[in-house]
Design a protein around this ligand. Structure first.
Ligand SMILES: [Zn+2]
Length: 457
């Protein structure tokens, strides 16, 4: 009910804001303006911008100095994915305990929701880029025949090890090669847990295939049907697995092999784009805008001085904190916002048959309106645009805007807005009601507003 009241109020405010703006349009000279616009296309727009830049600061409403707090509501959609573990064991040690598998689910949930305690270690330059993926995992409760299940299948096997001397072996995914058949990969995230050693060496810790047809990957990486899913070496499942007791494995003992592989499962590439052997290793990107250009992967270390590619503007060091690097688990603590969008799009575009529980959550937060009280957000239907005016001169720079539809799906994410006046095209938005969210550079929501986007044809 409270939510409804707020909506009604916001809607009212947006109508008021709209007519205010119409009222501030220079009037009485319309014909002259139109004539000048004909002569100098863009004249009116420029004049509006100049007007806001020059006139508003002088006549601006006194910034409100009384601290006012208000409650805002923030909408979000969480996807929950059912997981089945297939544990294959030749010796007892490979039949790892339930607690490690349950802990693996917890680690996935913490890292994908950015609830990991070590998120505080993200360097300040990367903090604004780190994001909550809003994907969660749970052990499947119903098996493919409709029976109740723990989501854990255990199966003895005659195969001592599934590792190979190079190349990938998918035999663990089939009963007729002494593995365990998948559960319909359209309906479950299958994770096989088995011994991936080759000649007693822990060379391979896990692997996964991206969604079939994913645009960030070449067609040679596309693997459909039964092989879809994730494979994990049994010694690196869960956090602090007691079997992760060599130097190499100790660097991978926080359950983040699964986090990395599930990233691949949802279409992410390594952040250096696997082009370390090419002539110009800075040529190929990972198709993610907010990871810095990176030429090589980390070498199972945490070298924060690495800067393998110099970017022409805003050069940044390699993002060794990223789960899609080859840094130590101790070092890793983030997915970026664009990686989050890519993974969420993989669900809606490629893995939409997963019986994903979609949960819309409504968070309320108290915020201080002291400096954000003069933000105007209003649609201009005739021009298919949305305008954001920051009239208050005390406002911070580098605010960003996001737009959500009414079921909580982002339709525009993380767009930097220009101080004073920003116009966003709404051409591609179906006419509907949307929530516009402004965030400060630390990612905190400072303002949200319900707007109705319409189109005048
Ligand atoms: Zn990988």
């Amino acid at each position: 009910m409270r939510k409804l009241l707020l909506f009604t109020f916001s809607f009212f405010v947006s109508i008021v804001a709209f007519s205010q703006v119409n009222g501030t349009e220079p009037c009485g000279q319309r014909e002259l303006m139109d004539q000048l616009e004909n002569q100098y296309p863009g004249f009116k727009k420029q004049m509006d911008i100049d007007y806001l830049k020059t006139v508003h600061p002088k006549v601006s409403i006194e910034p409100r100095r009384v601290k006012i707090t208000d409650t805002i509501y923030y909408y979000d959609t969480i996807y929950t994915i059912p997981v089945v573990f297939h544990v294959l064991y030749n010796v007892a040690a490979e039949n790892i305990h339930d607690s490690l598998l349950q802990n693996q689910i917890e680690v996935l949930n913490r890292d994908f929701r950015r609830n990991n305690a070590d998120s505080v270690n993200t360097r300040a330059i990367f903090k604004p880029r780190a994001g909550d993926v809003r994907i969660q995992f749970e052990l499947a409760k119903i098996d493919p025949t409709g029976k109740a299940t723990t989501g854990i299948v255990r199966k003895p096997t005659s195969v001592a090890s599934w590792g190979t001397n190079g190349g990938i072996n998918n035999n663990m995914k089939y009963s007729n090669t002494n593995g365990d058949d998948n559960w319909n990969p359209l309906k479950y995230l299958n994770i096989w847990v088995c011994d991936l050693t080759f000649k007693n060496q822990d060379g391979l810790l896990g692997f996964a295939y991206p969604p079939y047809g994913h645009p960030s990957w070449g067609s040679t990486s596309w693997v459909g049907g039964p092989d879809q899913g994730v494979v994990l070496h049994y010694k690196v499942v869960g956090r602090n697995n007691p079997l992760a007791n060599t130097t190499l494995l100790a660097s991978a003992n926080k359950g983040r092999v699964a986090v990395h592989e599930v990233g691949h499962f949802f279409g992410l590439r390594h952040i250096w784009a696997d082009d370390q052997y090419s002539f110009n290793k800075c040529n190929v990107d990972d198709y993610i805008d907010d990871t810095p250009l990176q030429g090589i992967g980390s070498n199972f270390d945490c070298n924060k001085n690495l800067n393998s590619c110099i970017e022409p503007t805003n050069d940044m060091p390699d993002m060794v904190e990223n789960y899609m690097d080859y840094s130590t688990h101790e070092c890793q603590n983030l997915f970026t916002k664009h990686q989050a969008i890519t993974m969420r799009n993989a669900i809606t575009d490629f893995r939409k048959d997963l019986p994903i529980k979609t949960e819309i959550i409504v968070k309320s937060r108290i915020y201080d309106t002291l400096v954000y009280n003069e933000v105007l957000i209003y649609p201009v239907a005739a021009q298919s645009k949305l305008v954001i005016e920051l009239r208050n001169q005390d406002l911070l720079d580098n605010l960003s805007v996001e737009i959500y539809n009414m079921i909580g799906q982002p339709v525009l994410e993380n767009q930097t807005i220009v101080k004073n006046f920003t116009e966003l095209s709404t051409m591609r938005f179906p006419p509907a009601t949307y929530i516009v969210v402004l965030r400060n550079p630390e990612g905190k929501v400072v303002r949200n507003k319900k707007v109705v986007i319409d189109r005048v044809d």
